[in-house]
Design a protein around this ligand. Structure first.
Ligand code: C2E
Ligand code: CA
Ligand code: CA
Ligand code: CA
Length: 279
């Protein structure tokens, strides 16, 4: 499929519509980008509400494009998934996130945990556990400091296969979280079968928490449900003190959002860690 994709990208047929041409050009550019280090990770702190400080960070990919500047993942992730490029791109992201976490741990910032997003395509790859094992060995990161975020819809694609994969990853000692929780469907019945450690409440629920009683009720229910099932729960997209206070009152374990920091480049994130250490 990889070879096919490569050959295809060379044919700019005259009848081909503009959009298809653009897509092929973008795929070509992504291959170049991967080979020439144009991708980078930005980090967003994850705050433990009880401890009142960052105990980890989520790594979010960015493309520093020579012409278009900094590109957010919504511009290229879907295409990377469709073409399979997400597999080497995801491996690169995992490797650099783990290496960065080890660097910060060695600098004395504590047992920081790093969360990395996995796409469906990676999750369906039987070589995934071996790849993750190799990255952990090579970087020296403790497996319990690595959290893998998978979406609810990804797990529902083929529940049986997903459970086998999750069990294999859990056996390695890494943490698993369900990203965008509440946006998929019918997962409640399966939730107890998934060996996950953390639920991440989708930002669409958090956004209206103060004004929409339905969303507030949903969030409160998801927090209780997580705790009843022995999981931790993190709310993303927290932008206001009122949202944070609501979540704290409801015993949410962790929060993440612009209220604390936008995702920032590694050097900037280190400044945040430094400031927290001094404080
Ligand atoms: P996600 O995993 O659900 O990540 C959360 C998104 O919300 C991020 O967008 C983040 O920048 C944004 N965000 C964080 N706090 C706030 C807030 O307080 N308010 C608002 N409005 N937004 C907030 P981003 O970085 O553009 O990433 C978009 C999506 O791209 C991610 O959604 C994830 O699905 C995907 N992605 C990012 N990096 C990777 C990666 O390395 N691999 C894979 N497979 N997917 C990735
Ligand atoms: Ca995520
Ligand atoms: Ca999310
Ligand atoms: Ca999302």
């Amino acid at each position: 499929a990889k070879e096919g994709g490569r050959n295809l990208a060379r044919f700019y047929l005259p009848g081909m519509n503009e959009r298809a041409r653009e897509r092929l050009a973008l795929v070509d550019a992504m291959r170049v980008a991967l080979a020439s280090n144009q991708f980078e990770l930005h980090y967003q702190p994850q705050i433990d509400l009880a401890a009142g400080r960052a105990i980890g960070m989520e790594a979010l990919i960015r493309w520093r494009h020579p012409q278009h500047g900094l590109m957010r993942p919504d511009r290229f992730i879907t295409l990377a998934e469709e073409t399979g490029l997400i597999v080497p791109m995801g491996a690169w992201a995992l490797r650099s996130a783990c290496a960065q976490a080890v660097t910060w741990q060695a600098a004395g910032f504590g047992p920081l945990r790093v969360a990395v997003n996995l796409s469906a395509r990676q999750f369906q790859d039987p070589a995934l556990p071996a790849m993750i094992g190799a990255v952990l060995r090579e970087t020296g990161l403790s497996p319990r400091c690595l959290e893998l975020e998978v979406t609810e819809s990804l797990m529902m694609d083929d529940v049986e296969v997903a459970i086998v994969m999750m069990k294999e990853l859990k056996a390695m000692g890494v943490r698993l979280s369900i990203d965008d929780f509440g946006t998929g469907y019918s997962s409640l019945a399966y939730l107890k079968c998934f060996p996950v450690d953390v639920l991440k409440i989708d930002q669409s629920f958090v956004r209206d928490i103060e004004h929409d009683p339905d969303n507030a009720a949903m969030v409160a229910a998801i927090i209780s449900l997580s705790h009843d099932l022995g999981m931790r729960v993190i709310a993303e997209g927290v932008e206001t003190p009122a949202q944070r206070d609501f979540l704290a009152r409801r015993d949410c374990d962790e929060v993440q959002g612009y209220l604390y920091s936008r995702p920032v480049p590694a050097a900037e994130f280190e400044c945040l860690l430094q400031a927290a250490r001094v404080a």
